[in-house]
Design a protein around this ligand. Structure first.
Ligand code: FAD
Length: 321
């Protein structure tokens, strides 16, 4: 695949992570624009199990790499990816901006002197040159980066930004790649510790009712929890509610919280600060309720009501009861 796009799929506890399919859809666009081959690679103790799902539209070949450990280990992955880059000579390597990739990708890029950008939210080929976008200064600026002089550029791509490719949408050849990984592991996986603070994963919700500082008081939150239940929505929040200790961080949307992509995002009493928008602007339909007509949330909302969130909540609750 010399000069192609290489996607590093990610799996955890026997499941392919959604970000892998998102990377494939971005990679398909890039490879089409640049006329490059697209290859997906998966590193795992039993990598073959993921090969069918990775055969998505545009993928020319799936590489399976057998890891000598059952769970992710940063040094093993670093060594494996180094050898893959050496053998496949990709021009672009995509991995998720995830806790796993952060364990090896920046270190590898620095050591191999690759072009590198983290938390990428857009990428394209412009006149044959790769250009990417990422936030800077807490997303107050959007930086556009190019990588002159880099034969290979490694990008960690923000999850939840690109649509997921259809898993197994196309079947291509699968190649098992033998790599020297014995003795690479330097840490031992002991156990997964479950997050107990919340029983929800807001990144998977199709309908989010999201409340912000407009709620004013912790005692008002149950009212919106109840409304979420009536609407069939999941409750999420802006950061001040988490900072105040009113809600668990698992419910926080935004730059330092979760990136969500529901079909409907109903924001009530949220101003729409850039750090909040960073986590929700990819929602299919955004509806904003805010008493301030100048609130920035109206700049991204598809539908908006300049109204009191408590009055709207009461009317919705009455209509649904
Ligand atoms: C590095 C960094 C990371 C950050 N990460 C995040 C993040 O991940 N997520 C996040 O959310 N923020 C984040 N922030 C904070 C962010 O800058 C904002 O401060 C925050 O998003 C504001 O939350 P809010 O909209 O709920 O509150 P406010 O900005 O105070 O807005 C409250 C809104 O409610 C409206 N309102 C008030 N009363 C009513 C009512 N009765 N009916 C209707 N509307 C009403 C007001 O008009 C106002 O627009 C981050 C900041 C930094 C510096």
């Amino acid at each position: 695949m010399s000069g192609g796009v290489l996607v590093l799929a990610e799996a955890r506890r026997g499941e392919l992570r959604e970000v892998s399919l998102e990377l494939l859809s971005l990679a398909a666009e890039l490879s089409r624009a640049a006329g490059m081959a697209l290859t997906a690679a998966v590193i795992d103790s039993t990598p073959e199990r993921f090969a069918p799902a990775l055969g998505a539209a545009g993928v020319g070949e799936v590489l399976t790499v057998r890891a000598p450990v059952e769970h992710f280990e940063a040094h093993v992955w670093e060594r494996a990816v180094e050898q893959l880059i050496d053998s496949e000579q990709p021009a672009v390597v995509l991995c998720g901006h995830t806790i796993d990739a952060l364990g090896f990708a920046p270190a590898l890029a620095a050591r191999l002197r690759l072009g590198f950008a983290s938390d990428v939210t857009a990428a394209s080929f412009d006149g044959g040159a790769l250009r990417v976008r990422r936030g800077a200064y807490g997303e107050k600026l959007i930086a556009e980066l190019s990588f002159p002089g880099s034969d290979c550029t490694l990008l960690t791509v923000r999850p939840g930004i690109f649509p997921a490719a259809e898993a197994g949408g196309a079947s291509g050849p699968v190649r098992a790649v033998e790599l020297q990984l014995d003795g690479a592991a330097r840490t031992e996986h002991l156990e997964f510790v479950e997050v107990t603070e919340s029983d929800v994963d807001i990144t998977k919700a199709e309908f989010l009712l999201s409340i912000g500082r407009g709620v004013e008081d912790k005692d008002n939150i149950p009212r919106f929890e109840q409304l979420a239940g009536q609407l069939g929505a999941t409750l999420s929040v802006s950061r001040p509610l988490v900072d105040a200790g009113w809600m668990p961080s698992a419910r926080q949307v935004g730059q330092s919280g979760k990136t969500v992509k529901p079909r409907v995002y109903l924001a009530m009493g949220i101003s729409g600060a850039v750090q909040h928008l960073a986590g929700m602007r990819g929602a299919d339909t955004i509806i904003a309720v805010n008493s301030d007509p100048e609130a920035p949330i109206f700049g991204v909302a598809h539908y908006g009501a300049v109204a009191d969130m408590f009055e709207v909540a009461d009317e919705l609750a009455d209509a649904l009861s």
